[in-house]
Design a protein around this ligand. Sequence first.
Ligand code: ATP
Ligand code: MG
Length: 397
Amino acid sequence: LPEEFITAQPIIDTIDAAGYEAYFVGGSVRDTLLGLPIHDVDIATSAYPQEVKQLFKRTVDTGIEHGTVMILDHGTGYETTTFRTESGYQDYRRPDSVTFVRSLQEDLKRRDFTINALALRSNGTIVDYFNGLDDLKTKRIRAVGNADERFNEDALRMMRAVRFASQLDFDVDPATIQGITHHGPLLEKIAVERIHVEFVKMLQGNWPAKGFQLFLDTGLYQYCPDFKTQLPALQALTTRLTGSVGNETAVWTLICTQLGLQGRQIDQFLKHWKSANHLIDDVRIATDMVLAIQAEKLDDWVLYQTGEALIPIATQIATLMGATDVDATDLVARYRGLAIKSKKELAVSGQSLMAAGIKPGPILGKLLNTLEYRVATGELPNDAEKLTGAALQLANS
Ligand code: ATP
Ligand code: MG
């Protein structure tokens, strides 16, 4: 057993000793069986939340109405969730009610895919009610029970299926594919933020072409913001998806570049995808640099505007898109050699120029922008006296 399970064993054993059952469940069990690194260890238990809280000194009610209590142990938090069933799903996305139950099997039955419905006992043995081990061996993503019903209950599971295909290099079982193909439109009932998360994870997987092709073939793409009319461009992307795309900024920079979006179009598109403002800004800037590379117009000003953090991302995406003559290390080195990295580093300021006799107003702002450009591109040295002189000359011309 991996370290993470070993250190969590005392928690399971404490629950066991009190007469309840507890198991490791979810992604950590799946990933361990696949020999992959694990992130967080989830525990499922027959003990009700109040019963869990009585057994441990330090707990946090992270989602007590759904049965989740976090147990704090030596600085680590363990999410412990009471076995539950879900019912309702009137809105295709969340159950109307959850009911705590004492049966592990009932709990595993509500999970999305067989490979995610395995439980691991503290002694290392596996509980497998739905042939998840078989599907792990044959590399299959298969809905637990009836695929149509499961996607009808919660449409996000369709995005999760294609995401896991990308992450694990698994195929999706035919009946499950059919369920996705039939229920795609239900994706429109799901909060875009949640689709966004799965979409990014899909392209961050090590086999992104796999999930992405399924995303297109099943028609899921049609129910995502602004993708409906973009099949040719999206299809053309699959040949470029040879490995994990990288971070969230890289993912969206690739998509925006591929869709030919620029400037405000990027803002609109990413707003439709409910992206955070800082992400939108980064993607707009990185996409600008990719376009400059593609147009062979990469200069110091572009590097200055892109900034050190985004230069490697833009370079990587430009390379994915076919550029051959760019190297992130070289470009970062070139960036570091720029005389200034931001306007604040200019040797003159609005104040100092006014003190030198330039009137406040829009002209002053434009002058500062001009000086910023000339210093960043090396046309002028970053020297207060020389810049003030240049400013006075410009102001009088
Ligand atoms: P990851 O490695 O990305 O965390 P994971 O399988 O652990 O993958 P989580 O979202 O952390 O995914 O969910 C933990 C477990 O909860 C899943 O393995 C699955 O058993 C169950 N689960 C999560 N989301 C759903 C869902 N939408 N429908 C049914 N079961 C789900
Ligand atoms: Mg998880």
